[in-house]
Design a protein around this ligand. Structure first.
Ligand SMILES: O=C(O)[C@H](O)[C@@H](O)[C@H](O)[C@H](O)COP(=O)(O)O
Length: 273
């Protein structure tokens, strides 16, 4: 267990003073975890999230003096969810991640796997496979991402617990005040999708309304799942999850890594644990 952490209902919880400290600590941990994965397995994989803290963490990685302890040419990058808007739209999680960090790294483009945009007909050749990067239909985009994950599982190692999905080294997630995580919202079709996979999400209460998301079951293929959240608006949902709420009511309660589940919070978000 890491320094300063306590266990709350099976999760390792680290509480910081403010959002900036959450982002800085998350960045340091991410750099260390990716370097350790490369030392152990020769490659590393991370699943990124959108949202304020998730993107702040990427900015902190970009600014870190330890950034180059990771061989970024051998890091495989995925997304846990994506806003289904046109390619390059500033609302897209991948566009925000590129701007915050990815554009500054010597990543291998064949190892960066964005989810589909809503711009139809865009396709790209990646790692010898045809990856669909744009479609008018979010279901088609979700299906394409499921294929990308299956191919990646063959390369990176399939999760023993969740067949067909890679055993990602780290999956990053945020959460909303009503308990959503990824783009899995309370009592929505996505939270009832128990088979591990990738789903199209419609009518999201948080704009934009159409998204693509891993299911909670697919997210649980990751070795380590880290939830980063800050602010009093997240306190009630985190408190309910810590006190046993179901993932149907509070989807973030369903986040769990096969080796570690870590919550990186500020004091305001941790107030009801
Ligand atoms: O695309 C998104 O919106 C997300 O991936 C979403 O799950 C986000 O991480 C949380 O809503 C937290 O967002 P904030 O940190 O901005 O509150």
């Amino acid at each position: 267990m890491s320094a300063g952490a306590r266990i709350v209902a099976g999760r390792e919880v680290v509480v910081h003073d403010d959002e900036e400290a959450v982002a800085t600590d998350g960045a340091a941990r991410l750099i260390a975890a990716l370097a350790a994965a490369q030392a152990a397995r020769g490659h590393a994989s991370v699943v990124l999230t959108g949202g304020g803290v998730g993107i702040a963490m990427l900015r902190a990685v970009a600014a870190s003096a330890d950034r180059d302890t990771v061989d970024w040419t051998r890091v495989e990058v995925f997304w846990g969810d994506e806003r289904f808007v046109p390619a390059g739209d500033a609302e897209r999680n991948d566009a925000q991640a590129r701007e915050a960090l990815l554009d500054a790294l010597p990543l291998d483009p064949a190892r960066v796997h964005p989810m589909a945009s809503s711009t139809p007909g865009h396709a790209a050749l990646e790692a010898g496979d045809l990856e669909l990067v744009g479609s008018a239909d979010p279901d088609q985009g979700a299906g394409a991402y499921a294929q990308i994950l299956t191919a990646a599982a063959a390369r990176l190692g399939e999760s023993r617990e969740v067949p067909g999905i890679p055993a990602f080294d780290v999956l990053l997630a945020g959460c909303g005040p009503e308990g959503h995580t990824l783009s899995v919202f309370p009592d929505s079709p996505a939270v009832h999708a128990t088979a591990p996979g990738v789903v199209a999400v419609r009518d999201c209460p948080k704009p934009p309304p159409t998204r693509i998301s891993l299911t909670l079951a697919a997210s649980r293929a990751a070795r380590e799942v880290w939830l980063a959240a800050a602010g009093s608006g997240k306190a009630e949902a985190l408190g309910r999850a810590a006190h046993g709420a179901s993932e149907v009511d509070i989807p973030l309660a369903g986040l769990a890594g096969t080796e570690r589940t870590l919550w990186l919070l500020d004091g305001a978000a941790a107030a009801q644990l």
